[in-house]
Design a binder for this molecule. Structure first.
Ligand code: FSO
Ligand code: SF4
Length: 572
């Protein structure tokens, strides 16, 4: 059987990738990722039980988070590394089982009937004998050939009912997004075991054939609650460590020294890189989702933090070429690199690409060692200038709330008629030019609230300002969509409204990968209705599941700029 993947917006033909991923994912990588997800479910059977008796295994938490993260679109294309991860997972599963046995819970013995049958019920095991745990908890192999055979049996299509499959995958994609954000928070020393516990319980629930569509829908919606928690945790981690983002002008031109380009979302990696490059004669530039790092006060002290180079992730094959220096990918989105710059590219932690150098975690609590990147940078030419000027951002919740009086006055006076949340992701599809056209066509009294790489579709347009308030307010990375929710909740309070949906805010969100799924579920949890998703609705939503979302939450797609504008402005 060939691969099947439909987790992102670019799924082939709007249905799913089967030959090779549109993203560049190969058959082997897709299958190993499927197996890895299956192993995380198996480990979770044990770890969920262990939590009931007070055992929390942090290595397991970390492994599950990192594994889910490494299967996100455009994060890891390195089959060898993913295979090693599967092996490590099988080892950890065994350790987790032994931990339970040590705690007096003898797996398979009569004493365990009670917990085992409860657990089996939870895991929805189909076997007649209750002593048999779900295969995800027991299957074992130690070689790539067996891995590949097993992977073919446990992929997405192994769930036959399309609605159950849709809900299981929707849940897993939400968990992947959650894992990415939890991972960043963990890197800064912030953690939340309730989120790990939910993640693991939810993974087990996707093995349970006894759960109905309604049961799974409830778990999917509960995932939204944890999405809010995790984004709030990451917000706290980022702002407590680096200060609150503030209005900042970011240079998009270049200087004359060699540079290192850092992409992805991990601020801890950026901090380390800035520290290690200080006084070394090289500049550091951000790329794509790392742009908002410039808004944090803590990074402003680095005089070699030169600016932002390029645009959203999908243009990297050209921009990395002209950058001339090394590139560090801290997270997705990686585009399979061209040979012209492959030897200048580096991955770290959950990211990987076959033949691209990988920077491991530092040993014994030490920082990661970026010296080989710095040495390479010194020998490179400075970046070629591809644009000039500045862009403005830093409108996260604290900064916007500091301007609250001004914003509220502008709304009261009618100077601002409507806000458009246009957060999310950018992507290759031409149909995404809709978002540029939409931004241009908005009435002059409308303000765009954005976060994520979707902003690159309109953040270099001159859309002007309203009484000093820019018409594009960039809160930051995709996870900073949380900030937009905080702003909306504050406005609701200020205007004394009962319901967040009474605010003059429309949601026209561009989605691409699984972090957008957790952002969506989080917004639904906060009670936001009538969110429009584009450029296409997810291939993984079956018609029935899509219907539930439409009927209960008013989720919709997009059509064309003219009709959509009328619809959003209530003229249609
Ligand atoms: Fe973009 Fe990629 Fe941030 Fe995503 S760079 S597409 S939703 O990884 O995470 O917005
Ligand atoms: Fe296709 Fe997207 Fe899956 Fe890549 S991540 S294989 S593009 S559906």
């Amino acid at each position: 059987m060939s691969m099947f993947c439909y987790q992102c917006q670019e799924a082939a033909g709007g249905k799913g990738c089967t030959g090779k991923g549109v993203c560049g994912k190969t058959q082997d990588v897709a299958k190993t990722q499927d197996l890895l997800i299956y192993i995380t479910k198996g480990i979770s059977i044990y770890s969920t039980k262990a939590r009931e008796v007070g055992i929390v295994n942090k290595e397991v938490n970390n492994f599950i988070v990192e594994s889910l993260f490494s299967t996100i679109t455009n994060a890891n294309f390195d089959n060898k590394a993913l295979t090693e991860r599967v092996k490590k997972g099988l080892k950890l599963r065994q350790e987790m089982k032994e931990q339970l046995i040590k705690a007096g819970i003898k797996v398979g013995s009569a004493e365990n009937d009670n917990w085992l049958s409860k657990l089996l019920k939870f895991a929805g095991v189909k076997t007649k004998e209750e002593e048999n745990l779900h295969e995800a908890a027991t299957w074992f192999a130690d070689n790539a050939e067996e891995f590949s055979k097993k992977a073919e049996k446990v992929g997405i299509l192994s769930t036959e009912n399309e609605d159950i499959r849709s809900l299981r995958e929707l849940l897993i994609y939400g968990l992947k997004g959650m894992a990415a954000y939890l991972h960043h928070a963990n890197n800064l020393g912030y953690d939340d075991d309730n989120s790990h516990a939910f993640m693991q319980k939810a993974l087990v629930s996707t093995l349970n054939d006894n759960l109905s569509g309604d049961d799974l829908t409830a778990i999917v919606l509960e995932c939204g609650k944890y999405g809010v928690d995790v984004m709030a945790l990451l917000d706290k981690a980022n702002t407590s460590t680096y200060g609150n983002p503030e209005i900042t002008k970011v240079n998009i031109g270049v200087r004359n020294k060699p540079g290192i380009l850092i992409s992805g979302h991990d601020l801890k990696d950026l901090e380390e890189l800035l520290k290690q490059t200080e006084g070394k004669g090289v500049d550091v530039y951000t790329h794509s989702e790392m742009l908002p790092a410039h808004y944090y006060p803590a990074f402003k002290k680095y005089t070699h933090f030169a600016g932002n180079y390029g645009n959203a992730w999908w243009k990297q094959d050209k921009e990395f070429e002209s950058f001339n220096g090394p590139i560090l990918m801290t997270t997705n989105c990686i585009v399979p690199p061209k040979n012209s710059y492959k030897d200048r590219m580096y991955t770290t932690v959950a990211t990987g690409f076959d033949g691209v150098k990988h920077i491991p975690e530092g040993k014994n609590g030490k920082a990661k060692d970026f010296s080989q990147i710095i040495e390479q940078a010194k020998k490179c030419k400075p970046p070629v200038e591809i644009e000039k000027g500045e862009i403005v951002g830093g409108f996260a919740h604290n900064q916007v709330l500091a301007l609250a009086d001004k914003v509220v006055d502008a709304v009261k006076s009618g100077a601002i008629k409507r806000f458009f949340v246009m957060a999310g992701c950018d992507g290759r599809m031409k149909s995404r030019n809709y978002y540029t056209d939409f931004a241009k066509a908005l009435p002059k009294d409308a303000v765009i609230l954005t976060a994520g790489c979707a902003k690159y579709k309109y953040n270099k347009l001159d859309l002007g300002d309203i009484g000093g308030i820019p018409r594009v307010l960039d809160a930051g990375q995709c996870n900073d969509s949380y900030s937009l929710a905080v702003i909306a909740l504050k406005l609701k309070e200020v205007f004394g409204l009962e319901d967040i949906n009474e605010l003059p805010i429309s949601y026209n969100i561009a989605w691409y990968e699984q972090k957008a799924v957790i952002v969506l579920l989080a917004l639904l949890h906060l009670g936001v209705k009538n969110i429009h998703l584009g450029p296409t609705l997810p291939a993984f939503l079956s018609p029935n599941v899509a219907k539930v979302l439409v009927e209960n939450f008013g989720i919709g797609g997009i059509t064309n700029v003219e009709d959509d504008l009328k619809m959003f402005m209530g003229e249609k």
